[in-house]
Design a protein around this ligand. Structure first.
Ligand SMILES: [Zn+2]
Length: 85
């Protein structure tokens, strides 16, 4: 089986087609790739669209922290709300 190396994240994955030309998405980072496979040989791998996992990893960390903080605030706010009522 021809093996494709993702130009976005470097992951190796195999594709079952021996002759293929078209779009494939990386199973690791979901980048959209244009590949040309001829007789089981990968002739071309072009990155069409970057995978979003690598970049959003950092963003996700920030998001998680923010979400947790917000949740705590909400909990306190609710308690105050209940007491007042
Ligand atoms: Zn990838």
């Amino acid at each position: 089986m021809p093996e494709i190396v993702c130009p976005s994240c470097g992951a190796h994955f195999k594709i079952e087609e021996m002759d293929y030309e078209g779009e494939v998405s990386c199973p690791s980072c979901k980048a959209l790739l244009h590949v040309i496979i001829s007789e089981g040989v990968v002739e071309e791998v072009d990155l069409i669209e970057e995978g979003f996992e690598e970049e959003s990893w950092l963003e996700d960390e920030d998001l998680w922290e923010t979400e947790e903080e917000e949740e705590e605030d909400w909990g306190l706010a609710e308690e105050d709300f209940w007491e007042e009522e």
